[in-house]
Design a protein around this ligand. Sequence first.
Ligand code: GLN
Length: 534
Amino acid sequence: MKKLVFVTGGVCSSLGKGVTASSIGSLLEARGLSVRMMKIDPYLNVDAGTMNPYQHGEVYVTDDGAETDLDLGNYARFTNAPIARANSITTGQVYQEVIEKERQGRFLGRTVQVIPHITDAIKARIHAVADSPDVDITIVEVGGTVGDMESIPFLEAARQIIHEEGHQNAVSVHVTLIPRVSGGELKTKPTQHSVKELQEVGIQPDVLVVRCDEPVEGMRRKIAAFTNVDFEGVISAHDVPVTIYEIPLVFHEQKLDVYLLRRMNIESRHADLRAWKEMVRKFREPKRRVRIGVVGKYMELVDAYKSVWEALHHGGIANDAVVDIVRIDSGDFEGEQADPAKALADVQGILIPGGFGHRGTSGMVAAVRWAREHKMPCFGICLGMQIMTIEWARTVLGWEDADSSEFQPDSKHPVVSLLEEQLEVKNYGGTMRLGASASVLKEGTRVREAYGSETIQERHRHRYEFSNAYRADMEASGLRITGLTPDGTLVECVEWPDHPWGVGVQFHPEFKSRPVAPHPLFRAFVKACLGYAG
Ligand code: GLN
């Protein structure tokens, strides 16, 4: 029998439902079970592709090219579960599917309603993942907060599944908050109310994961008594000092995995958490520190580059070092007063992450130029690689107006442009290149050295390309083109000559980095930064 775990949240948003779901997944995997992860987003957008990263955080891209919520990135970092389009459901997708079916006349004249048609479509999507033969347990995180109007159809679908499959096959984990009021006292009332709200839609939680700034040990019995949850099912998710990767261990100490498995009648081996514990130990006891600047816009929002931050930390522990990330606004490099030497004075390397739109790009070019000329390690990702290309063309080739046709459509030197412009095909549509594809790396290059293999698979999310019209000029002037698509048509990686580590990649390596398997490029970049003497 397949098992399901529904993770919901109450009291308020941003309590760490994603990390809770991921941590449960990682614990169950440590016991040898095959886990799948799903995220439900109760918004009407069909996917996260068009959503503003200011508001919503990073768009996480899957191998099969889905643009999803950043929680999917957490799943990929905490578990080995394959993450694809099918693992992300939005209200928009479900409605689109049901309305299309209605237009095709496939409801045979019946009235189409939220219950049962929308709920059935939701259930079918959950079953499509959970029922596949190689899966033991599927963890479904329901976004939003219980009580929100938007989540009602999803909670109803969860309720029906729990009822149909039986309580030993589908369990509910509810994440709540114990706030501290003035005077310092901790309050359980919001948790009680939130559980009541969940019970009102017909779901009795089996586990309560309670967020609090300190361990809630003393209140566990009281919470259990008020909510009909077993004492062992009340789990304290207190703040952890060093890294969120400690959370699976915090849950394990309180035997959450043992309790869940008992509730679901699952036999498993003992948890093998050796690799995970060793990784957390490295976070706690670093031998060195390194300061790395990330230059971009959107810097004010912590979540917009979530996977980049995490991959940098992973690259750090791969080198027994803690990475202190310094967010640097590209605006600091623009205008008369700009002083790159000052802006980069206390970092040992810079990373230029992905991005869209003209704003901020001239500052990025200035930062990259300084790093190249001062032999500071520089890692350009997607837009970052394009910026490195533009900077080279402007400074080394002397084409002052060199640009991407995204930023300056009438540039005389569009060194980054749409493929169809390069091929002189009009009205092609400028579609985005999305998802995983292969690149071939040249021998004797930084990228090849880092990966240790000739062919790699990485994910893309971009429209513009390094322009082939300028490939010969770029190479003749010394820029190294070190990675190409297998057919040789598209440039995937560039490198600076005579420089300790200046690498630009057109893809997004950050999506594939895991704390227990740091990404080779981040490992190599952090190593280079550690070696920068200034
Ligand atoms: N804006 C650039 C493009 O569309 C880069 C995209 C990115 O960095 N993800 O090609």
